[in-house]
Design a protein around this ligand. Structure first.
Ligand code: ATP
Length: 217
């Protein structure tokens, strides 16, 4: 449902993505990993339409919603109002559905988003993206700055969402173990190019990935 072909994205004369191709199937979860500056955020931002490619194409069959890096709450607005910013036309019906999917949010709906913990804010950011009833959820850094136990809980919610609703996920994630556990398939990006794409279980065993990300060998 997501087809990225020969994508080139530049910032001025600097090439951030240099011929990237990647597909995400309907209902599939794909991890995007790679070192700092590899181009992961650039790819996510191009998929969600925030950046325009210099060449190549991004075709999405359906709706994409993004969970941005660093969560990007409106801190003085309530949780509910932050969620409502994520949906436009079908807001109130969709709000109930998001509260069904992420029940913790219902209990904190009137609280100011800026007063919540990082993990709670990430849940609001995911809920806000779900307000658009996306077919593809593009997540830029799920675990950033969060305690492992909180990350496990968020990962469970994503698994549930994927299984129950068939929402596809493209996950940019620094924590390679988490990324590979959550997503059956993964893509390793380095310096704007795809190094390898394949089943996460195979990638986790590959020499290149073990050396680069687990400090083995
Ligand atoms: P990180 O894991 O550190 O977030 P990343 O893989 O998401 O890194 P990007 O943020 O996509 O990488 O950056 C890819 C390249 O593009 C880097 O060389 C970066 O310096 C450059 N870049 C990113 N944003 C801009 C910008 N707004 N203007 C100019 N160059 C940029």
């Amino acid at each position: 449902m997501l087809h990225i072909t020969d994508l080139v994205v530049r910032y001025g004369s600097a090439v951030a993505l240099d011929g990237v191709s990647l597909n995400v199937g309907r209902g599939e979860m794909v991890a995007l990993v790679g070192p700092n500056g590899a181009g992961k955020s650039t790819l996510i931002n191009t998929v969600s339409g925030l950046l325009k490619p210099a060449s190549g194409s991004v075709v999405v069959e359906g709706t994409v919603a993004q969970v941005p890096e660093g969560r990007q709450m409106f801190p003085d607005m309530s949780v509910e109002d932050n969620l409502l910013l994520g949906g436009w036309s079908i807001r109130n019906r969709q709000l109930d559905e998001v509260f069904d999917l992420l029940p913790d949010l219902a209990g904190m709906r009137r609280r100011k988003a800026g007063r919540l913990s990082g993990g709670q804010q990430q849940m609001v950011a995911i809920g806000r993206a779900l307000m658009a009833r996306p077919d593809l959820l593009a997540i830029d850094e799920l675990s950033l700055g969060l305690a492992p136990i909180v990350v496990d809980e968020l990962a469970e919610h994503l698994r549930y969402l994927n299984t129950e609703r068939g929402t596809a996920v493209l996950l940019v994630e620094q924590e390679v173990t988490l990324a590979f556990n959550l997503c059956a398939r993964a893509c390793v990006l380095e310096a704007g190019r795809v190094v390898v794409t394949g089943p996460s279980s195979e990638l986790a065993e590959s020499d290149a990935v073990r050396k680069a990300y687990f400090g083995d060998l």
